[in-house]
Design a protein around this ligand. Sequence first.
Ligand code: 5GP
Ligand code: MN
Length: 343
Amino acid sequence: FAGILQLMTDLETLKDLLAEPRRIVITTHHRPDGDAMGSSLGLFNYFIQKGHYVKVVAPTDYPYFLHWLPNNPEVIIYTEKEEESKKLVADAELIFCLDFNTLSRINELGEEVRKSAAKKVMIDHHLEPEGFDDFRHWSISACATAQLVYDFIVNDLKDGKFINKDVATCLYTGIMTDSGSFRFPTVTSDLHRIVANLIDAGAENWRIHQLVYDNSTEGRLKFLGYCLSSKLEVLREFNTAIIYISKEEIRKFNIQVGETEGIVNYALSINGIRLAAFIVERDDKVKLSLRSTGDFPANEICKRYFDGGGHRNAAGGQSDLPLIEVVEKFKSILPEYKTLLLQ
Ligand code: 5GP
Ligand code: MN
């Protein structure tokens, strides 16, 4: 994978550390998605085979359609078990930080990680790492953090034989979700070879897809229908589509964590649309999800205007303004990007 994946920095030192059973914490970003949980539990299911004392600590809860992942009951959620989480982080010898690269992405847990004497290992594919880590396996051309975890286990640690069914299932989930089911430009022939190996190792591809994507509640599907029929706003002069949703609408349809995921992609699927935004009012702030096609830098908008970031074609951010003002702010930014949006 030369040229695509970057080698772990100071691999030999890390290998020496891992040669004996260690107290390890694996953590991942706020509101974990399929790649966050898939890569974390994939690494967890590898480490338990090696005799380490390992825990996954997630900063917040995550959607029910990820709760079937192998060994999911072993995950500790910080907001539900703060003291236990803090103690695990403080006592850890190694902390693996997966699918994020700035400690603000794990909320209050970030300061606990910073304070901990543990060596920190970052495995990630986002731009601009903050630099809190001691070891790094980082590549922005990787499709998913799960791909980097695979590379770490197989090519860095030469432990391919430990990719069992549980590890393979978790890593497959991360790659499938972060690649939009293998359709984004980050999907390469190398990635397909990794995926083939994961299927050989026991990942049941059709079943995993079903568990993640055909697991909708009736409410979620009706909510999707409502978003598309009543809430979609197409701004042809900017090749942009917006859907925005209030707290009351979320309540009315009884929408749970993670159930708004993917809706933004429908807005992007309209022909000619280059930028799509899903803007949702949460309890304490307004959250934006942006998706774009081609070279359009959705992450730049999130970073400059909405205290966020992400990838060029998939980014997110937030605002403390009221929902309507966030929508107006978003629209007011579009003229600045008009030339790019009309390309
Ligand atoms: P989503 O729209 O699915 O919430 O997020 C898409 C991508 O944007 C994520 O994979 C993540 O990289 C990035 N992202 C989402 N929200 C934030 C945020 O608040 N801050 C930063 N830095 N990145 C975010
Ligand atoms: Mn990811």
